[in-house]
Design a protein around this ligand. Structure first.
Ligand code: G3D
Ligand code: MG
Length: 205
């Protein structure tokens, strides 16, 4: 049995639903009273990917620095995949995705210099008052090098597992095509975060 340990970042403006998404994915719940993220939350989810492979996902849900549209490099270190999220009822959160993706590409890359796989999620698709059209998202996603984009609702559990599966699939495929003899970013993943439960990281650097 092979076990992959994948560090995945979840970024996007504040209030778009990042913590709700992670909570829904890891714990299967949508909790209205879920506390506001302070610093970084690490969540781990174990996937039985195939008969021969397990995937341990380490999800980094960040807050606090969101308003700066930029994270420190330490946050990005060793990341193998990323979720960029916006809220379909907030145009500014959509427009800021360009900066989130640029920040990611500037600070995290595969050892061959390529950008790390990143999926664009249009969250809160359960709400009627949308301000971003599917056409604009599609055009934006293709122009900015996203693996793909999907509508999600953490509230109604729509496309949560599907989105993560698509991202993991892409990460594994990219990783398997890289030269295994080269030191990879996974070397810097912290083994002490190996837990099935949320554990609160200290304030982000
Ligand atoms: P963040 O981590 O990106 O800052 P949160 O965002 O997960 O804290 O969510 C911000 C607010 O959006 C929360 O509402 C949360 O309940 C709501 N939310 C998250 N995902 C969805 C969704 O898919 N649909 C809808 N309708 N709401 C969602 P409050 O009221 O607690 O601020
Ligand atoms: Mg949060």
């Amino acid at each position: 049995m092979t076990e992959h340990l994948l560090k995945i970042l979840v970024v996007g403006d504040g209030n778009v639903g990042k913590s709700s998404f992670v909570h829904r994915y890891v714990h299967g719940q949508f909790n209205k009273t879920y506390k506001m993220t302070v610093g970084v939350d690490f969540s781990v989810k174990l996937l039985h990917w195939s008969d021969k492979e397990k995937v341990r996902l380490q999800l980094w849900d960040v807050a606090g620095q969101e308003r700066f549209i930029s994270m420190t490099r330490i946050y990005y270190k060793g990341a193998l995949g990323c979720v960029v999220m916006f809220d379909v009822t907030s145009l500014s959160s959509f427009l800021n995705c360009r900066h989130w993706k640029q920040d990611l590409d500037n600070k995290a890359m595969l050892h061959n210099g390529d950008s790390i796989p990143c999926i664009l999620l249009a969250n809160k698709c359960d709400l009627a008052q949308r301000v971003v059209s599917a056409d604009s998202i599609d055009t934006f996603s293709k122009a900015n090098g996203f693996v793909t984009w999907m509508e999600t609702s953490a509230k109604e559990n729509k496309n949560i597992g599907e989105a993560m599966r698509r991202l993991v699939q892409e990460i594994l495929s990219v990783q398997s095509s890289l030269d295994p003899l080269q030191p990879g970013p996974q070397d810097s993943i912290h083994p002490q975060l190996d837990s099935e439960h949320n554990s609160r990281g200290g304030g982000c650097c």
